[in-house]
Design a protein around this ligand. Structure first.
Ligand code: PLP
Length: 462
């Protein structure tokens, strides 16, 4: 399997190279040259298997000869060993035809652990084999950073830096980043918002002297290995509700479009998904795009679902690549307009393709809170604010097929918003009950590329 850039001007890479590279050198994102598929019999054969076995079968066709079967099995086993639930991604029924897929049983209580724990194991094996050391820089609105610190702390061949917007992440998220004690893990508070952090990381990748000097690698969802890991739970969930003999739909709380794009790939691989519903909070650029065709940036408005507070949705570029009939020139053209003019209008043909695949909805802050409250009071189930955005939008899109809403974080990761909505403070799971007692280690920096590059160079020279 070889990997190509959405913008068509970067070298074609193996899985191993694409994984270590992250952002393509033409500014695009890597995608597999073709999308593997599973037959209906193969999909039926996944029902009831342990999560790790499904993960192996679904991901294996994408990794080419980067790993032997035995190596890859070991990677998958180690990646999910620390999860706090035997099913890894259990389904819980909310209503007669509505289910939530709990993706928050990993070490940092959000779905990012599914991909990040896998990437940690993938990198470890590849870097040992190559005898190389790399620097991982990751922009985070909270959950990616905590998952990355957790996945890479203490690994021999890696330094990890997480850039988060100062004062805009929840205390649990911040502490999961700043209380990591290993010397190779660095929490950096940037004076700016999440889009600033993401832009800084992109600028570092485009500063080739710096990029090559520190051997920069990216683990944001621009990294295809992240997306790959997320395809798996679409298969486990759908097969346990009757796929491939029955259609299912998914609603996905969406920010950077990584999680829902994994659902698109699952569908292209043969999983019978009727609708993929994009759920956004008040930062609704994706919903506006689906409604009007205008993909136009506005300012980020902080919300109670901060991991979705975003206006530049990186992986949407991957969706556009397919919507534009796999035409990298068209993608490069639209992305230049987004950068230089703040937006573009999606072509009619591409809009048609997008609406064929995706539906969308958005919730106001009040609707998010009242959804948490209503579920708590009526079913006794406690949603995190992101999952609540999903549940609300899902309820507007229920049909005759089962609807599965992705529950992307544990409610205790966002205790203030949940307590404000329900009157009850959700407790942390026992294994991290001492989080508030651990001491913090964090460096605060200006929203300035050279200041951050200097910090990184200084730290890795130690
Ligand atoms: C990252 C995140 C999202 C958004 O996922 P994307 O893949 O960026 O669309 C939603 N909810 C939570 C809790 C997250 O951490």
């Amino acid at each position: 399997m070889r990997y190509i850039s959405t913008r068509g001007q970067a070298p074609v890479l193996t899985f191993e190279e694409a994984m270590l590279t992250g952002l393509a050198r033409d500014g695009g994102l890597y995608l597999p040259e073709w999308i593997p598929s599973l037959s209906a019999d193969e999909i039926a054969g996944l029902a009831g298997l342990p999560y790790e076995d499904v993960a192996f079968r679904v991901m294996r066709p994408f990794i080419g000869d980067t790993f032997t079967d035995d190596e890859f099995r070991g990677i998958v086993e180690r990646a999910y060993a620390e999860f706090g639930h035997a099913a890894r991604a259990p389904l819980v029924q909310l209503g007669s035809n509505h289910f939530v897929l709990e993706l928050f049983h990993g070490p940092t209580l959000a779905f990012k652990d599914f991909a990040m724990q896998l990437i940690g194991q993938l990198f470890q094996l590849v870097l040992e084999r190559r005898d190389e050391r790399i620097t991982i820089v990751c922009a985070t609105s909270g959950d990616t950073g905590s998952a990355a610190m957790e996945a890479f702390r203490g690994l021999d061949n890696v330094d990890v830096f997480t850039l988060f917007p100062e004062g805009r992440v929840s205390e649990v998220q911040q502490r999961q980043m700043t209380t990591v004690t290993e010397a190779n893990a660095h929490a950096v508070a940037v004076k700016g918002d999440f889009d600033d952090c993401q832009a800084l990381v992109k600028d570092m990748f485009n500063d080739f002297a710096f990029r090559d000097g520190v051997r920069l690698a990216g683990v944001n969802s621009i990294n295809f290995a992240r997306v790959l890991a997320q395809i798996v739970y679409y298969f486990t969930a759908a097969t346990s509700l009757g796929a491939p003999n029955r259609q299912v739909s998914f609603t996905v709380p969406t920010g950077n479009f990584g999680d829902i794009f994994a659902g698109y790939l699952a569908k292209r691989m043969g999983l019978p998904i009727e609708h993929l519903v994009i759920a956004t909070n008040q930062n609704d650029i994706l919903h506006r795009t689906l409604v009007s065709g205008a993909h136009t940036k506005e300012g980020v408005r902080p919300s109670i679902s901060p991991s979705m507070d975003i206006q530049v949705s990186s992986n949407f570029e991957r969706a556009l690549y397919y919507a534009y009939g796999e035409d990298p020139k068209a993608v490069a053209h639209e992305m230049a307009a987004l950068k230089n003019e703040g937006g573009f209008t999606v072509s009619q043909g591409a809009m048609h393709a997008l609406r064929d695949t995706y539906r969308s909805g958005r919730t106001s802050e009040e609707e998010t809170a009242s959804t948490i409250r209503a579920q708590h009071n009526v079913t006794g189930y406690t949603l995190c604010p992101h999952s609540a955005v999903g549940v609300k939008v899902a309820e507007e899109n229920l049909g005759s097929e089962p609807m599965i809403t992705l529950a992307t974080a544990h409610p205790a990761k966002f205790p203030d918003a949940v307590e404000a909505a329900t009157g009850t403070r959700p407790p942390l799971p026992n294994r991290m009950a001492d989080l508030y007692d651990r001491s913090e280690r964090v460096t605060s920096v200006a929203n300035d590329l050279s200041a951050i590059e200097d910090l990184i160079k200084e730290r890795i020279a130690r």
